[in-house]
Design a protein around this ligand. Structure first.
Ligand code: FES
Length: 355
């Protein structure tokens, strides 16, 4: 199965000086997405393949596929996109992935709260637009943190949305360096600021669901503040790419002893309806690496346990998953693993990528 599909760039526009929004037209492949999902792109740079994931910023009902890509200092892929990409170019991407969303229902009248930091706005924007369109009785509050006015991505679009959904969409910009009329809206989003926001501006008791996407320290602070103010884990969704994310279950072998880390394992991989087997060491090589070494076109993106591109179901045997920042606890209980983070513990394992 071709896991990557060709997308044609049909529009490029700069949302701020160092970030672009790409509109993409898929040429084949199923690119129906859920709000808050992301695309994983791949491209060769001087013979080395790079894969990078970027969130979809379009709403589910807009009829377009759009991603926002902010240039990262020293980031090969994001710099290439920001400086070189033009209408008519082609990119390769996997189908949309990710679970940073909750189901919408036309009859729901919910109160949503989202915190975004910098380019963390992209999946939040997709969620916000989808919720406001699909749930006419719901309301949405966005707290958007940036360094200054010039680094606010989608600033005009957010203003337009605020006017379109007057009374249902509230946007609070927190700017680190630029002063604003209200002192509380200047500075970093820390514990004190969250407490004051919840006291004076946001009715935290009425919040049904909260989304957070941004730098890890900010996400940890906000998540803790939300819990301190009465939300439970099921009401908070976090999204983070490319660096560690706390708090999800890891899968441990039943008995982790030295003997279980030695010798070899017979690994059987089910993918695209076919079954392949190979022998791999129990130590030093992840299941994903072993599969790729054995010429299996196993999916992956971050290789850091964050994106879930490499998700598969363990049907037989035991593995140790050393990091998990992507799977929900219930998925781990059902046997799902991140193959980029797994080492075999038993003499035989069977893993299914098709489930
Ligand atoms: Fe991203 Fe494994 S490749 S979680």
């Amino acid at each position: 199965m071709a896991r990557f599909h060709t997308l044609t760039v049909t529009d490029v526009h700069k949302t701020i000086r160092d970030a672009v929004v790409l509109t993409l037209a898929p040429m084949g492949g199923d690119f129906d997405f859920v709000q808050g999902q992301y695309l994983t792109f791949r491209r060769d740079f001087d013979g080395e393949e790079l894969r990078r994931s970027y969130s979809i910023c379009a709403g589910k009902d807009e009829g377009i596929l759009q991603v926002g890509i902010k240039r990262v200092d020293g980031g090969t892929f994001s710099t290439w996109v920001n400086e070189n990409i033009k209408v008519g170019d082609q990119m390769e991407a996997m189908q949309p992935m990710g679970s940073f969303h909750t189901a919408t229902s036309e009859n729901d009248g919910k109160s949503y709260l989202a915190f975004a930091g910098g380019s963390g706005i992209t999946p939040i924007l997709s969620i916000l637009k989808t919720v406001l369109t699909r749930e006419p009785n719901s309301e949405f509050t966005l707290v958007y943190a940036n360094r200054g006015v010039s680094s606010i991505m989608f600033r005009e679009e957010l203003e337009d949305l605020k006017n379109l959904y007057l009374g249902r969409l509230t946007i609070i910009h927190i700017l680190e360096t630029d002063s604003q009329d209200i002192d509380l809206f200047t500075g970093r989003v820390d514990v004190e600021k969250c407490a004051l926001l919840f006291k004076h501006w946001i009715d935290i008791k009425s919040v049904d669901m909260a989304y957070i996407c941004g730098p890890e320290p900010m996400m940890l602070t906000i998540s803790k503040s939300l819990k301190d103010h009465g939300l439970d884990d099921n009401q908070i969704k976090l999204e983070l790419f490319a660096s560690g994310q706390p708090g999800r279950a890891k899968r441990k072998a039943k008995s982790v002893d030295a003997a279980s880390h030695t010798g070899t394992t017979k690994a059987t991989i089910i993918m695209d309806g076919s079954t392949r087997s190979f022998t791999m060491p129990k130590d030093g090589v992840t299941l994903l690496e072993a599969a790729i070494e054995n010429n299996i076109d196993a999916p992956f993106a971050c290789r850091a346990g964050v994106c879930a591109s490499c998700r598969a179901k363990l049907l037989e045997g035991e593995v140790e998953m050393v990091a998990n920042h992507a799977l929900e606890d219930y998925e781990v209980e059902q046997g799902y693993i991140l193959t980029c983070q797994c080492y075999p513990m038993s003499d035989k394992i069977v893993v299914d990528y098709d489930q």
